[in-house]
Design a protein. Structure first.
Length: 432
């Protein structure tokens, strides 16, 4: 390991320990590498600008963020909640089951776990806390676990970023995430049913028959968004990147024109929040280009591939090792950092072992979603705590059964690649 690379790692770790914004820590470490290496510091700007200029797929990220914020601010979450109550509310632990179904539906619109927890999740928690049978810790645990479905069922912001660093088809990744997302939802619903039966949790109150048509109609319109997106992408009407613009326009028309849920001031606030969130992601992506340049210059990805090859690991052993590494990293690092810094170093090894990159991408994203709910730095735990005041320790204590179910889903996806690959291959995508 060269002195320049050691300097990079020391500056990066120091920045993280000092709680500097991760993008700034990455940028500072990359510049420190160039200085120690004796390269022109102007290379930093060159790597960032070239990467962003060639990253057309990145346009989808701010547009999906904008669409998710529009839906959360435009009463769409409440309408989906009422719609889902009609379908699964009469099951044992009905409100918890409703939250999982809402997450499945909302995931087809936003692509963000944080948006899911902050929108439909908050609505569901408020309803559950009206009933003493639902403890605050259980309510929060269900919401953070179901929010992980958001970036797995298409569309998905993490899958867009993975496509950028791996060169994999966004359309194939979106299709690859559909069955795993439904599998996770089914496992979580089974877990809720088991817990609800043991604790004798209530079924939801029956909805009067006269109210059903209105509730179903109000919930139907938001359901048209995932249909429009998927039909448009897979019919060739628009690309996955263009689908993000369609999603934002659809959400704007639905929330602003049809439901009239926005004042100009509220729309301005949503736009500013979307710009802020998008800027944070873009800064991390820009800084990652500089780190990737440093790692590539040092030959880290190639050396890692050769080292793994020397261990004579098979595909399954490598994937299991990757799972362990990302589950540990997910406890401490942001999803974007892992996708942009660590995944590019593993791609050459995955190719060398003949692992399908669509399968690899979905497995990686599921890993990172589990990281969002594991302490000490699970982002979904902190978001839910900030919005509801539910103590972190209560959510962690009540959430371990759901974490085990997510780990079971991850193991199944690792052992049986066709769960991921069957749909993309059936739709004619060449994976690999």
């Amino acid at each position: 390991m060269s002195t320049a690379l050691i300097t990079l790692l020391l500056v990066l770790v120091a920045g993280m320990l000092l709680r500097a914004p991760i993008a700034f820590a990455m940028l500072a470490s990359g510049i420190a590498y160039l200085v120690v290496k004796g390269h022109d510091v102007g290379l930093a700007a060159e790597q960032v600008l070239n990467g962003l200029y060639n990253g057309y797929v990145l346009l989808a990220v701010p547009l999906f963020v904008f669409a998710a914020n529009l839906m959360n601010a435009g009463t769409i979450s409440e309408r989906l909640f009422e719609f889902s109550r009609v379908l699964v509310g009469r099951m044992r632990g009905g409100l918890a089951q409703v939250d999982i179904l809402v997450s499945v539906i909302f995931s087809g619109m936003s692509g963000s776990a944080i948006a899911d927890a902050a929108g439909p999740g908050l609505v569901t928690i408020k309803q559950m806390l009206k009933h003493p049978e639902y403890t605050p810790g259980f309510a929060g645990a269900v919401v953070v676990a179901s929010a992980t479905i958001g970036p797995i069922i298409p569309p998905s912001i993490p899958m867009v970023i993975y496509a950028l660093v791996s060169g994999t088809s966004v359309g194939a990744l979106f299709l690859g995430g559909l069955l795993p997302g439904l599998l996770i939802a089914a496992l979580l619903m089974a877990g809720v049913h088991f817990i609800a039966t043991r604790r004798n949790m209530p079924k939801d109150d029956p909805i009067p028959a006269r109210d059903l048509p209105g509730i179903l109609l109000r919930g139907f319109l938001p359901l048209t968004l995932p249909v429009v997106l998927l039909a448009g992408i897979y019919s060739g009407a628009f690309t996955p990147t263009e689908a993000a613009a369609v999603a934002a326009l659809h959400a704007l028309i639905l929330a602003g024109v049809v439901y009239r849920a926005f004042t100009p001031k509220a729309l301005f606030v949503v736009t500013l929040e979307s710009l802020r969130s998008s800027a944070v992601i873009t800064m991390i992506i820009a800084s990652a280009y500089l780190l990737n340049y440093a790692f590539a210059t040092e030959g880290v990805p190639g050396n890692l591939a050769l080292w793994v090859a020397s261990l004579h690991l098979g595909q399954l052993e490598f994937l299991l090792l990757v799972n362990v590494v990302f589950l540990v990293l997910g406890c401490f690092l942001d999803v974007s950092v892992m996708l942009l810094v660590f995944v590019p170093m593993l791609i050459p090894t995955a190719r060398l072992l003949g692992i399908d990159l669509v399968h690899f991408g979905v497995v990686v994203v599921v890993n990172m979603m589990i990281g969002l709910i594991t302490p000490p730095f699970g982002m979904l735990l902190f978001v839910t705590n900030a919005l509801t005041g539910i103590p972190l320790k209560d959510m962690v204590r009540e959430g371990w059964p759901f974490t085990l179910l997510l780990l079971l889903a991850l193991l199944l996806l690792t052992l049986f690649p066709q769960i991921v690959l069957w749909l993309p291959q059936t739709m004619g995508y060449v994976t690999g």
